[in-house]
Design a binder for this molecule. Sequence first.
Ligand code: F6R
Length: 241
Amino acid sequence: MRIIVESNYDEMSKTAARIVADQVKRKPDCVLGLATGSTPLGMYRELIAMYQRNEVDFSRVKTFNLDEYYPLPADHPQSYHYFMYQNLFKHINVPREQIHIPQGIAADVEKACQEYEKAINAVGGIDLQVLGIGENGHIGFNEPAERMHVATHLTDLTEETVRVNSRFFSSLSEVPRQAVTMGMGTILKARRIILLANGPRKAQAIKEAVSGYITSKCPASFLQVHPDVILILDREAASLL
Ligand code: F6R
């Protein structure tokens, strides 16, 4: 596990964007695993700026997002579909048919999860997975629990996650209580992983994630067994290391 500590959020975002852009330049038809949330917004802004300067071409890239609220239609303003189109996809040249996001509404959600997993495998797996981290150590929506799911699945969100994410909704009662998320196995099979974290509220989770111990109480701690993980932190997120 490599740890890069940057002086602030903008530097963290630039470093992350450079790693993603380098991946795309090295392998133009690569498979990117993408995250939503506040953390990667700066990285997405940087990638859009690089695209506008003709520094990177996404036309052959395939993307798979980590998760989606359930049940929530794709056109709901708080859906991760909507988020990704607003904050990245509509500004770059990745073709729509190469974009994959778990379905927020499905007639057979279990089948949809299996198909998502198959679609990732069919393109040869994820080359570079971008992660954020929850204050409780979750990655994707793999919440702290006694047992961790291996593959993409429907999961209950913890009360803490519902509360933290309610900042994007007009009231707590509107926050979906479930999500479809890649499993721990889906994430750990990615060939390379970068995890971004900024701000003091992430410091404890980061400390546990690099503790030298693996525990399902901090799902991010499993990243320690992966051979190619880079944590890109600002000073505050790294303050307990
Ligand atoms: C989002 C995701 C989540 C977030 C995490 C941090 O796709 O999978 O694990 O990365 O909840 O969210 P922010 O960045 O909003 O603090």
